[in-house]
Ligand binder design. Structure first.
Ligand SMILES: [Fe+2]
Length: 144
């Protein structure tokens, strides 16, 4: 259980970092495709943000405390922070790479949850893997 809880905290901090990056790109994207990209990043950050509270409470339900500070997030997150203002295409490529990393992280944590028979938690994690697969699809299709 300790190992699963640690993996959940890493995935949670990474998901929060992913959410923040998508919102950051929503605010700062520029170029001739601004309306479409502003909306695409908007849809992605909203979907991810809407999952955050449930994710935090799933962690609490395992008996662990949920991290919730920038200092803890920066230690735990596996999504690299972005502080530059990137060209639109680089924003799409970077968020695509991050989304694929999140889907893979959820695939692994799902397996750990299933080993402990925590089917409700597994169900949530499977949903997050699927959500990131869809975000990846939209980002990849936009990059073509
Ligand atoms: Fe907005």
């Amino acid at each position: 259980m300790d190992e699963l809880q640690r993996a959940l905290k890493i995935a949670f901090a990474s998901e929060f970092a992913f959410y923040l990056k998508a919102h950051y790109f929503h605010w700062n994207v520029e170029g001739p495709s601004f309306p479409q990209l502003h909306d695409l990043f908007g849809k992605i950050y909203e979907e991810v943000y809407d999952s955050i509270d449930t994710f935090a409470e799933e962690i609490r339900a395992t008996g662990a405390y949920t991290p919730g500070s920038f200092s803890r997030f920066s230690v735990l997150s596996q999504i690299d922070d972005e502080s530059e203002i990137l060209p639109a295409e680089s924003m799409l490529a970077e968020l695509l790479e991050d989304s694929e990393r999140m889907a893979e992280m959820f695939r692994i944590v799902f397996n750990a949850s299933e080993e402990l028979g925590l089917h409700g938690l597994s169900d949530f994690l499977a949903g997050r893997q699927d959500a990131h697969k869809k975000h990846s699809w939209m980002l990849r299709a936009t990059l073509k």
